[in-house]
Design a protein around this ligand. Structure first.
Ligand SMILES: [Zn+2]
Length: 147
């Protein structure tokens, strides 16, 4: 088995399994396969619900729709991981877990990683844009980089 190419600098280590998708999150993962960022929005009151939940925290209704987002945002928070948690992850440090305020979805913060930016250049408040990592035929992950 060959090692897949690493498409971005400062990638986190590969996932052990694909993320679990249920009826509430399948639309998000289907959109990522088209490289489209989406977020769930309550169809009753308009509040975005991220992470997706069965019930709206604001109006307690269940119906939602997934809204296409432009794929841009602002870096809200981040950390730089410089120490590998296990020896087999030593080739994946440093990496930069991050929280991003997504444009087009007030109140939605995506948790992912910043890639292709030197760690010392990452700053809270910097504009970012989504980039896509096609992991397999069934999984594409959104990461963020400098806009
Ligand atoms: Zn609602």
């Amino acid at each position: 088995m060959s090692t897949p190419a690493i498409p971005f600098k400062y990638m986190p280590s590969p996932l052990f399994t694909d993320p679990y998708a249920d009826a509430w999150t399948v639309p998000f993962w289907e959109a990522t396969m088209r490289e489209q960022l989406t977020a769930p929005k309550c169809t009753n009151c308009g509040k975005f619900r991220l992470p997706p939940s069965r019930w709206c925290a604001q109006c307690h209704m269940q119906d939602l729709e997934y809204v296409d987002l432009p794929g841009t945002g602002t870096l809200y928070s981040f950390i730089i991981v410089r120490h590998a948690l296990t020896p087999d992850q030593k080739d994946y440090v440093p990496y930069i877990p991050a929280v991003v305020d997504a444009d087009g979805a007030p109140g939605c913060r995506f948790v992912s990683n910043i890639v292709d930016v030197e760690p010392e250049d990452v700053k809270v408040g910097m504009p970012v844009k989504v980039v896509w990592n096609r992991v397999s035929e069934t999984l594409t992950l959104p990461f963020w980089t400098a806009a």
